[in-house]
Design a protein. Structure first.
Length: 166
């Protein structure tokens, strides 16, 4: 067996001057909130050590990419096919996200146009030591457009989608 296979794996923790920094897992205190009853849970994600910046917080871009994926779930369901993100109308980071947080992405369709669907996405964290209690960490409003197989806008079907469990 090669010596290369016996070496410890490289850490993905941030480095400063060649020295590994401790990953920041201290919980951030924030007001506890109830999950909104008018939103649908579309995704749950747990950030990993490779997702942190040099300060030990989860990269904002990492959160943004998951918000975009979560935001597309209801429009794709309503459009009965492909959708593409056409606008990020609003994006607010309210609290830092840390390793070990369980993130819940909840979405609500705000507006349905001829070819577009606007969605509100709220992200809540269950802190590592306070699971079952939620803190809102991010909220965003995004607009998606229904597209055909050639990537051109197409009309959104005119139908009502019942929330899960109804």
């Amino acid at each position: 067996m090669s010596d290369e296979f016996c070496k410890p794996a490289k850490s993905s923790a941030p480095k400063q001057g060649g020295k590994l920094l401790d990953v920041n897992i201290q919980p951030v205190q924030g007001p506890m909130e109830e999950l909104p009853a008018d939103h649908t849970l579309v995704l749950k994600v747990i950030p990993r050590p490779s997702d942190v910046n040099a300060n030990g917080d989860i990269f904002g871009g990492w959160v943004m990419s998951w918000v975009d994926m979560a935001g597309s779930v209801l429009p794709a369901r309503h459009a009965q096919g492909r959708v593409a993100t056409v606008a990020v109308n609003q994006f607010v980071f309210k609290q830092p996200v840390r390793i070990g947080d369980i993130l819940s992405f909840l979405a609500k369709v705000e507006r349905i146009g001829h070819t577009s669907i606007t969605v509100n996405v709220s992200v809540y964290a269950e802190r590592l030591e306070r699971q079952g209690r939620y803190i809102k960490v991010t909220e965003a409003t995004l607009t998606y457009v229904a597209i055909d197989n050639d990537g051109r806008p197409r009309p959104v079907p005119n139908r009502v989608i019942e929330p899960p469990g109804v």
